[in-house]
Design a binder for this molecule. Sequence first.
Ligand code: BEZ
Ligand code: FE
Length: 281
Amino acid sequence: MAGADNPRLREIAEAFVRHMHAFAREVKLSEHEYDIGIDFLNRIGQATHDAHNEGILFADAIGFSTLVCLMNNGNGGPTETAAALLGPFWRANSPVTESGASIVRSPTPGPDLFATCQVVDTSGAPVAGVTVDVWQASPIGLYENQDETQADMNLRGRFTTDAEGRFAFRSVKPAGYPVPTDGPVGEMLRAQHRHPYRPAHVHFLGYKPGYKTLITQVFVDDDEHLESDAVFGVTRALIGDYRRHDGGTPPAPGVAAPWYTLSYRFVMQRGESILPKPPIK
Ligand code: BEZ
Ligand code: FE
């Protein structure tokens, strides 16, 4: 590695090789096991295409994505991080949507959800002009790009915060869902006797030049898998108050009880506003 021009590349590659060698020594890797490992890696690559990212799914399912997320967010201080892993299902260019409008773009089962959100900075002051991407799986457990019965970009939308840092949207209450298990990651989970479920959540990505891009998820508080998320994304700070309403005046005409409301405040800190590479197209 000494010949690499870029010092950071040198540092990373040198440590990677050192750890790979130490790993083989520690487990006394046989040649047959080496072949199995190479085959597993190759199949992760082969399972990855424009609509699916098995590489990210693998990093997520071994807790690696969350480790990197936790190391790079939260400032190492006493407060919990407001960030959570991106996951493999974020798509760029989701539809620009008026605050308060719905992200349901084709008939979708599930109770209505009315979300009101605010973005503030670390001093508590509102941050206006933040572009916030919102995406979630349908209550049958599939993102629109996994399910041809859903409209393109169903349950995805892009909002901009107003002068008070606020944006709102209408959707359906998310349900928990299994991560895809038809590839190498599914084989791994079955071998480990782990369930594949993620607790129900909505994803958010907040972007504004001058602020550190905020990538996070807000989890449903009554989900049975909050303590055992297959990809380790849950922190207490990210459990939302999805409040059930059984009566009273609904927030919009034609809404049947029960409906849910979610109110959530995101904190963005000053920093570099780098957008991740979309895992799928
Ligand atoms: C998601 O929340 O979209 C997700 C995250 C990790 C693996 C699979 C799905
Ligand atoms: Fe998700």
